[in-house]
Design a protein around this ligand. Structure first.
Ligand SMILES: C[S@@+](CC[C@H](N)C(=O)[O-])C[C@H]1O[C@@H](n2cnc3c(N)ncnc32)[C@H](O)[C@@H]1O
Length: 223
């Protein structure tokens, strides 16, 4: 069991719509935790590349990406039940069939369920910033986590990270500088007014309203 978690489990805050979406739609979109590696062909019924989003929140970006890239398969991991419920509602409403959802800690799902060298892309948009110094160890982006992501990506696979938190950005820069698995293919600091390759997210919009800058990195696997 991991003692330091990158999240606090929030329970009991689901709306009735989110609750019934989980009950009714989990069998269609959900992937249960098991110790076996996922077989992506049997999950999606095709061999399209797999794009993983970690901590998708309410699923806004995951749904938008899946909708506009029907030649890719999307896998989302989230610990927050009401976010999962919201994402399922959107997926069903838009009749999206290239999305699957895992509920749980992304580090466990990656380690246990995802085969090495099986993903084309991993997206981590606005991970919890844990601004207090004593909580920095809870931040998801750490040296070991980058290594874990690299091991799951195919050759030249990409990891996209975005944050609106200056202090987290400085931390991410330090981690990237020390890493030996990725090179930086793109690095942007912007005010949300430029056209990006990725959809805007709910947390990003909140950050922009507060006047935060946005930092984006696209890392490409080299080893
Ligand atoms: C600040 S929110 C950002 C949500 C969304 N990406 C956005 O930009 O709107 C971070 C999300 O990551 C999720 N999260 C944090 N640690 C996680 C982990 N280890 N595995 C899966 N999800 C995690 C949280 O539950 C939360 O919903």
């Amino acid at each position: 069991m991991r003692t330091i978690k990158s999240f606090v489990r929030r329970t009991g805050r689901k709306t009735s719509g989110q609750h019934s979406a989980i009950n009714q739609l989990w069998s269609e979109y959900g992937v249960n935790f098991s110790k076996k590696k996922l077989n992506f062909y049997s999950l999606y019924r095709n061999n399209f590349p797999i794009h993983l989003e970690i901590g998708f929140g309410n699923g806004e970006a995951l749904i938008a990406s899946a909708e506009s890239n029907t030649d890719k398969n999307y896998l989302g991991i989230e610990v927050y039940d009401s976010g999962i419920g919201s994402c399922l509602i959107k997926a069903k409403k838009k009749q999206i069939n290239n999305i699957k959802i895992c509920s749980g800690d992304a580090r466990d799902v990656l380690e246990v369920q995802i085969a090495d060298k099986s993903l084309e892309r991993i997206n981590i948009y606005f991970p919890d910033p844990w601004p207090k110094k004593r909580h920095h160890k809870r931040r998801l982006i750490q040296k070991d986590f980058l290594r874990l992501c690299a091991s799951k990506l195919k050759k030249t696979g990409q990891l996209h990270i975005a944050t609106d938190w200056n202090n987290y950005a400085e931390h991410i820069i330090e981690i990237i500088e020390k890493n030996t698995d990725f090179i930086v293919s793109k690095h942007l600091k912007h005010n949300g007014k430029i056209k990006l390759e990725r959809p805007t997210t709910k947390f990003e919009k909140k950050g922009l309203k507060k006047g935060h800058f946005i930092w984006d990195w696209v890392l490409t696997k080299i080893s």
